[in-house]
Design a protein around this ligand. Structure first.
Ligand code: NAI
Length: 328
């Protein structure tokens, strides 16, 4: 039998946590033959709720689940961790300025980065889901100097999946007919879902759509503002779809992307496509041998250039703001 993979989930008692843990334990994160050991990190007030979720996990009798530990201590939570899913974050509350939000999250992601640095397994892979995801990932990464920077990623897979679904609907095709879609930049309203490199049954997606007005004024804003539309409709933010995207992100990372296709993930920039080195920005990525690599050599026209630049400028601002706060 295989040694279980240590998977740590922060914010385990939250709504994404509730949608995520059962799928991890049933084998969707890593594959149907990989046993997992779960570590749940919560703040002290939410430990009891996490214990309740753990009771339900027990009650599922998942054959692949080899144990559950619950803690409010980051050092304990990340000791020996192989896969770290950083979901818990401080949400923006009424009257909160962006600086306050970044500072509150710095207080979460700095110590978590330090704990990962101190105790994680050599092969640790980190996915940040908690918002502002790209910048939270940057903060954690900066406090884990002994971990290769490429192991820190942030989630734009939900945006990617949203874009797939919107495009499939528009063209009357299935999502499996679409390849090479990309989300560029920040996981925020400035993100840029790119149809100029995407292919639909072999044809360039933007040409298949052949409707620049829809692309610019319907598709891009629908994808970018989908989170707000879900809150409006559901009265709560995306949870099951966010958990599903986290599963997809890690599954692709570990098991690879299919030949002839790529996906989207926010990874540390190597300077590709004019994105400043070191920023954690969304790119087209392929996963091979357990690594995400940025797809190189795509031609970027003026329309795409302006949108990528605008989203990257926002990431630069966020980075400069957390630098000014002394968080990195
Ligand atoms: P939630 O509020 O239901 O749960 C968050 C949980 O995190 C709470 O149980 C809270 O106690 C916990 N938490 C707070 N600080 C913590 C800390 N220092 N250590 C451990 N746990 C801590 O929120 P929900 O809906 O589960 O969302 C979680 C995050 O994911 C939010 O920041 C949300 O904005 C973000 N998100 C990101 C998406 C993406 O595409 N990247 C999509 C949807 C949500």
């Amino acid at each position: 039998t295989r040694t279980p993979v240590n998977v740590t989930v922060t914010g385990a008692a939250g709504q994404i946590g509730y949608a995520l843990l059962f799928r991890i334990a049933s084998g969707h994160l890593l594959g149907p033959d990989v046993p997992v050991r779960l570590r749940l990190l919560e703040i002290p007030q939410a430990v009891k709720a996490a214990e309740g979720t753990a009771m339900e996990l027990d009650d599922c009798a998942f054959p692949l689940l080899s144990g559950i530990d619950i803690t409010d201590d980051a050092k304990t939570a990340f000791d020996g961790v192989n896969i770290a899913l950083l979901v818990g974050a401080r949400p923006r509350t009424k009257g909160m300025e962006r600086g306050d939000l970044l500072e509150a999250n710095g207080g979460i992601f700095k110590p978590q980065g330090e704990a990962i640095n101190a105790g994680a397994a050599d092969d640790v892979r980190v996915l940040v889901v908690g918002n502002p995801a790209n910048t939270n990932a940057l903060i954690a990464q900066q406090h884990a100097p002994d971990v290769p920077a490429e192991r820190f990623t942030a989630m734009t897979r939900l945006d990617h999946n949203r874009a797939l679904s919107q495009l499939a609907k528009k063209l009357g095709v299935t999502v499996s007919d679409i390849k090479k879609l990309t989300i560029w930049g920040n996981h925020s309203a400035t993100q840029y879902p790119d149809l100029f490199h995407a292919e639909v049954n072999g044809q360039v997606a933007a040409q298949a759509v052949n409707d620049q007005d829809w692309l610019e004024n319907t598709f891009i804003p629908t994808v970018a503002k989908r989170g707000a539309a879900i809150i409006e409709a559901r009265g709560a933010s995306s949870a099951a779809s966010a958990a599903n995207a986290a599963i997809d992100h890690v599954y692709s990372w570990v098991n690879g992307t299919p030949e002839g296709d790529w996906t989207s993930a926010a990874v540390v920039s190597d300077g590709s496509y004019g994105v400043p080195e070191g920023l954690i920005s969304s790119f087209p990525v392929v996963a091979k041998d357990g690594r995400y690599e940025i797809v190189q050599g795509l031609e970027i026209d003026d329309f795409s250039r302006a949108r990528i630049d605008a989203s990257v400028a926002e990431l630069v601002e966020e980075r400069d703001a957390v630098k000014a706060l002394g968080l990195i």
